[in-house]
Design a protein around this ligand. Structure first.
Ligand SMILES: NC(=O)C1=CN([C@@H]2O[C@H](COP(=O)(O)OP(=O)(O)OC[C@H]3O[C@@H](n4cnc5c(N)ncnc54)[C@H](O)[C@@H]3O)[C@@H](O)[C@H]2O)C=CC1
Ligand SMILES: O=P(O)(O)OC[C@H]1O[C@](O)(CO)[C@@H](O)[C@@H]1O
Length: 381
């Protein structure tokens, strides 16, 4: 029996990556700090993944177990010894916290088979970031020991998995579409639904700056307009037009940088917006807008394409409006939104743009954001 240790038994963990491994004949050991979830994974024989589509498809996921990494790190280390893959879907900011345990697991391995480590997060080169943290925890001898045995592979993951409201807590509602692309120039063990490419850059940029930019803009404009669900936001023709115009801006950059066929890219944009419009996902604006500080980062879905468009002399005005709308995201239950609002109140928008986005006040994008920010009117929630 082949084994995978997957960190993060949440929506993407159970509904996407863990499910693909189980369907490919692997035993999936989920690692999480959520004690109830781990208990259920150890007491239930199976859970169900259901698609938000017509007709609905249902997949039974079996051969699963769970370990609480806070309570039982030694068992995680033992599980890594048996594993062919270690994967994560935990949030990019959490990677540094789990890296030391992954390092201990790798260092303790007596299994001489190859091990593939893949971070499945919405961030460019997330596995490289994880690798950096793992290597920090290893000494020279350990690094030499793993060389040629442990491979860190970047990846791009795409499947919309909303917040869950199921009768059975392990079950997951997912969209039927999914794409998992892993960067590797060498063959790796095949996993159902995983595709390998030698250069991930065009794929991850296309995904992050279309799916994630589009989703984030929809969420922030929707929040500003007082809407609750993503598909409802796109029923507003003016917002839908603005989302499309933003993706035309990221598209112009992507087409130029990666020599994409403009017609094919246009179809990709249409398909992505169509995915957002799926009412069966019933996805919350506040989920999709979550973690605005991360989303405002210089390498993330809003600022990076705006800066790249600016450098190429392309339009970035709609992206600037999207950044401005993000600054209005004051959903207090999101800790990053609360921190963002605090910083805005204490230091003002120009300071936030400099600190969080890496945009000095005199940068033309910062100027466009500041203008849009002051003109936007938010509907109170
Ligand atoms: N939900 C979605 O539609 C998509 C999410 N992603 C990415 O996948 C990643 C996970 O997202 P979701 O599954 O939606 O989040 P989630 O919140 O449903 O799952 C994250 C899981 O990580 C666990 N966790 C947090 N800190 C931990 C720690 N220190 N140790 C062990 N477990 C810990 C949580 O308890 C939770 O079960 C994120 O990077 C997200 O950007 C990517 C594509 C789609
Ligand atoms: O934590 P993040 O970056 O919001 O990740 C979740 C996002 O990823 C996506 O699933 C796209 O793959 C979006 O649907 C969703 O908003």
């Amino acid at each position: 029996m082949k084994n995978v240790v997957h960190f993060g038994a949440g929506n993407i963990g159970r509904g996407f990556i863990g499910a693909l491994f189980a369907q490919s004949g692997y035993h999936v050991t989920f690692v999480d700090i959520a004690a109830d979830l781990i208990n259920l994974l150890n007491t239930e024989d199976a859970y169900y993944v259901r698609t938000a589509s017509e007709p609905q498809e249902t997949y039974q996921i079996t051969n699963i177990s769970g370990i609480n990494n806070q309570l039982d790190p030694e068992r995680v280390i033992a599980a890594i010894n048996e594993a062919e893959f270690v994967t994560t879907a935990i949030g990019p900011k959490v990677l540094p916290f789990i890296a030391p345990l992954i390092a201990r697991g790798i260092a303790a391995r007596t299994n001489t088979e190859k091990l593939y480590v893949i971070a499945c997060e919405n961030q460019i080169n997330a596995t490289d970031a994880l690798k950096t943290e793992v290597l920090k925890a290893l000494d020279q001898e350990q690094m030499e020991k793993i060389s040629g045995h442990v491979f860190f592979l970047n990846s791009a993951v795409d499947r919309i998995v909303p917040l869950q409201h199921n009768d059975e807590p392990l079950d997951v509602l997912v969209e039927d579409y999914h794409e998992w692309i892993v960067e590797s120039s060498e063959p790796i063990p095949p996993i159902q639904g995983m595709q390998t490419v030698p250069d991930l850059s065009p794929y991850i940029e296309r995904k992050l700056f279309t799916v994630n930019t589009g989703h984030a803009v929809t969420a922030y404009l929707g929040y500003l307009a007082g809407k609750q669900k993503i598909h409802q936001v796109l029923q507003d023709a003016a917002i839908a037009e603005q989302v499309k115009a933003t993706l035309e801006e990221t598209g112009a950059y992507l087409i130029q940088k990666h020599q994409f066929d403009p017609k094919v890219h246009e179809q990709y944009i249409e398909k992505i917006i169509h995915r957002f419009q799926n009412p069966k996902l019933n996805d919350d604006v506040t989920r999709v807008g979550r973690s605005p500080l991360r989303k405002l980062g210089a390498s993330d879905r809003l600022v990076k394409p705006a800066v790249e468009a600016y450098k190429l002399g392309l339009s970035y005005q709609h992206l600037a409006q999207a950044i401005a709308a993000c600054l209005h995201f004051d959903y207090q239950e999101d800790s990053e939104a609360a921190a963002l609002q605090k910083q805005l109140q204490e230091q003002g928008a120009a300071a936030v743009l400099k600190d969080v986005c890496g945009l000095p006040e005199d940068h033309p994008i910062a100027q466009a954001v500041l203008r849009a920010f002051s003109q936007m009117v938010k509907v109170e929630h």
